[in-house]
Design a protein around this ligand. Structure first.
Ligand code: FE2
Length: 311
């Protein structure tokens, strides 16, 4: 079965690439390439591109996953809704891809063979003097209010029309595993499933994609991992000082446990900084969470999502 091993990039359309680029530099991404019609952004890791914006009316186009081998692309090209295996000549990093049409009209690319880029040098994670264990002796912390550096694309959340169909679509193509599931108790129906990569014993993020049933197709948010809590908070204060639009944050999610901070880009797209999320291997058996008043959408601490967050 074709197996995805990581996320590659997300793709949007927006009418003003200068505005997107300026915001994303404040947010913690770097320009990897730019023409009049397309903006490629990278994070601090080895991925040559993590966020793509084409010039046009504002919308979400789709996302991309990295595959474990070239033979995965050959297998995917045979599946319903797939294009052929093609060389990537229009993005930094090159490689090959199969472009797939998701049943709800989103584009999902499967990518293999990109040339990794040089990681950006950044500070090591800050040590922490825990209540019962001290890591820092005779040393002080001096975190700064600064853009920070988004290290990698960690997950994206698809809003789709048919939850069960989309979860199956992703599992069939990418060999992904179900982490936790959100259930509407009145009708005992699953409406949201967090899915992760299947790398056997190796730990992976609790979710790299969340499939959410919704009336409108699109992307609820895409999320980028930051080095540590200081990086999230330093970036938070910096984004406030730059008058950007805070969505919700800072808080700690229940499902996945991330410390989160959500912002809106200039076109209203929700983008998240996070740190300290759960990691799981293939042994993890997911849980069902009932979407009731005390349910999983409340934060464990910090700011709770507003009603708008669920629209
Ligand atoms: Fe998230």
């Amino acid at each position: 079965m074709p197996t995805a091993i990581d996320l590659a990039y997300v793709m949007y359309q927006a009418p003003d690439l200068d505005k997107m680029e300026a915001f994303m530099h404040d947010f913690g991404l770097l320009t990897a390439g730019r023409t009049d019609d397309v903006l490629f952004l990278r994070g601090g890791g080895t991925a040559p591109v993590v966020h793509v914006t084409y010039r046009g009316d504002s919308k979400f186009i789709g996302g991309a996953l990295l595959m474990s081998g070239r033979e995965d692309l050959d297998a995917l090209a045979e599946m319903e809704g797939s294009g052929p295996v093609e060389a990537i000549t229009d993005m930094p990093g090159g490689g090959w891809r199969v472009r797939m049409n998701h049943p709800d009209g989103l584009i999902i690319d499967a990518v293999w063979g990109q040339t990794p880029t040089q990681p950006v040098e950044h500070r090591p994670s800050n040590s922490f003097n825990w209540g019962d264990r001290k890591e820092r002796l005779n040393r002080s912390l001096r975190p700064r209010r600064e853009p920070g550096l988004a290290l990698k694309l960690g997950h994206f959340v698809l809003k789709i029309r048919n939850h069960d169909q989309s979860v199956k679509w992703m599992k069939d193509r990418f060999n992904m595993l179900e982490s936790d599931t959100m259930i509407v108790p009145e009708i005992n129906k699953a409406v949201g499933t967090f899915i992760r990569f299947n790398l056997g014993d190796q730990p992976v993020d609790h979710h790299s994609i969340l499939i959410n049933e919704a009336s409108e197709v699109g992307c609820h948010h895409c999320a980028f991992e930051m080095q540590d809590f200081d990086a999230v908070m330093g970036a938070h204060d910096y984004l406030v000082s730059r008058d950007h639009h805070l969505d919700i944050g800072v808080g700690r999610h229940l499902i996945g446990s991330q410390i989160f901070d959500y912002w809106r880009d200039p076109f209203g797209n929700r983008v998240e900084h996070y740190t300290d999320g759960d990691v799981n291997n293939a042994d993890y058996e997911g849980k069902d969470y009932l979407l009731d008043d005390k349910g999983p959408t409340k934060s464990q601490w910090g700011m709770d999502p507003t009603p708008e967050f669920f629209r």
